[in-house]
Write a protein that binds this ligand. Sequence first.
Ligand code: ADP
Length: 345
Amino acid sequence: MSGASSVRQLRVEQVTHSYGNTTVVRNVSLDVEAGQVHCLLGPSGSGKSTLLRVIAGLETPDSGTVSIGSAQVTGEHIAVPPEQRAIGFVFQDYALFPHLNVRRNILYGMPPGTRAERHAKMQSLLERVELADAASAMPHTLSGGEQQRVALARALAREPGVMLLDEPFSSLDVRLRTEVRETTLRVLREFNTATLLVTHDPQESMRCADQVSVIRAGQIIQTATPQDLYFFPADRETAETFGVINTLKVRREGTQRVTVLGCLPGAAALDDSNETALLRPECIALEPAHGPTTTGQGTVCTIEPEGGTNLIGVQLSQGPLVKARCLAPGNWNIGAAVRVRLRNP
Ligand code: ADP
């Protein structure tokens, strides 16, 4: 364990990688600090695993550099072999050695030391992943979640500064997934590891990450905190990835940007054309309509219960249908006349 949490432990700069004539990673840059979880979110085939393979040293990129701590491991005339990089991996299929028990799986990649030191460290790792009693178990006798935690302990045994997780929770059922994810990420933060987590699940990236990079067709579209990605998506496709989005036409009046619901709040996101505002349902406020209003008059036409909140669809009398998120149970009924206004996230 080393380094303050502001240390940039993994740095990828302008990496491009092709298979034959097909470029699948284009000019990708990202940084992961020690103790932080960075999610790489993108659909299947977008180049996520290829980027991990470049970072691990399993692929040599066309161009670009990779640094771990202060050492460049990939670059022009630099190609540190995978086993000499301070990197751990956990994959979707755990890849434990089936013929070795848990103890021997974990001891396998551990750096040299006395037998007592190695066993003490192995036991301490098992305790960290909440499997203190499982040292003698064979992998096939463990549940999927337990096997995944052994895989994590085995990867941590090498004391990597950087951990690469490739869809590590996707084969677990929903309840187990949350539990194993929480344990895994808590342990990685405690070890001050820089973690790059690949996922195609937007909700998972929102829950887990300090930073999320959205990748599409090999290119990073946006890197931001989960909250900034949600409220200030770079484009409509990214906006739609993370939930319901309202789109309103924007016209310029002097320095102001005006919609059918009045002036946009200063921080509102626009799509790439700069002519459409991208507004989350949390940015739409409803009030009872008392008498005629000039802007923002509408009628409630749908109510979608979400548990603690309702998504209320309002047909604007002079505009499109917009959706507002309101606390449940709320007082809105289908057919009610409402006044709609914009607010900051
Ligand atoms: P992801 O992890 O986002 O699903 P990949 O990095 O696995 O994406 O793949 C990106 C693209 O590269 C895909 O079109 C895939 O078919 C292609 N690809 C992956 N590995 C190879 C390979 N070894 N040889 C040729 N093409 C590959």
